[in-house]
Write a protein that binds this ligand. Structure first.
Ligand SMILES: [Zn+2]
Length: 128
C-alpha cells in the first residue's frame, strides 16, 4: 500500500485492506491510501524519466526499439512521428495505436525470435 499524504509504503501481503477504515500506519491518514500499483490513467513514476529520452529522437543517429506495447498507455506514435531517428517495433501483433509507417522495421514476433534481427538492424545502421 502507499499513502499519498506522507509517501509511506508498506506491505500488507494477502491481508485485506479496507479503504473505508484502515489508515496509513505512519501518519494515520485515511484519505489517499491506495494499492502501490499504477492504475489506468495514472502516470507511472518512471514515465517522466523515459520521456527525457524521446528528445534524443531528433538526432538521426539515434535508434529507438519499441517492444511489447500496444501504444495506448504511452502514446508512442505521437512521440515519434516526424522524428528522424531510426525506429524498430517488435510486438506480438499489430496495434491500431502504432501505425507501421512510423517505423523503419516492424516485427510481429516474440522478442526471443527477433532479438538477433534487431541486433543486425542496429549494427547495419551504425556501420552506415
Ligand atoms: Zn501516511
Amino acid at each position: 500500500m502507499q499513502c499519498l499524504s506522507c509517501g509511506n509504503i508498506w506491505k500488507i501481503g494477502y491481508d485485506e485492506f479496507d479503504t473505508a477504515k484502515d489508515r496509513c500506519p505512519k501518519c494515520g491518514s485515511l484519505k489517499g491510501v491506495k494499492p502501490k500499483i499504477v492504475f489506468f490513467y495514472e502516470s507511472a513514476p518512471l514515465y517522466k524519466d523515459m520521456m527525457k529520452y524521446f528528445d534524443l529522437l531528433s538526432n538521426p543517429k539515434s535508434i529507438l526499439v519499441v517492444i511489447g506495447t500496444m501504444g495506448n498507455v504511452v502514446p508512442v506514435a505521437d512521440m515519434i512521428e516526424g522524428t528522424p531517428a531510426k525506429k524498430i517495433l517488435c510486438n506480438k501483433e499489430p496495434s491500431k495505436f502504432l501505425p507501421e509507417d512510423l517505423f523503419d522495421k516492424v516485427y510481429y514476433e516474440s522478442i526471443e525470435s527477433t532479438i538477433t534481427k534487431i541486433e543486425d538492424d542496429i549494427s547495419s545502421w551504425w556501420e552506415s
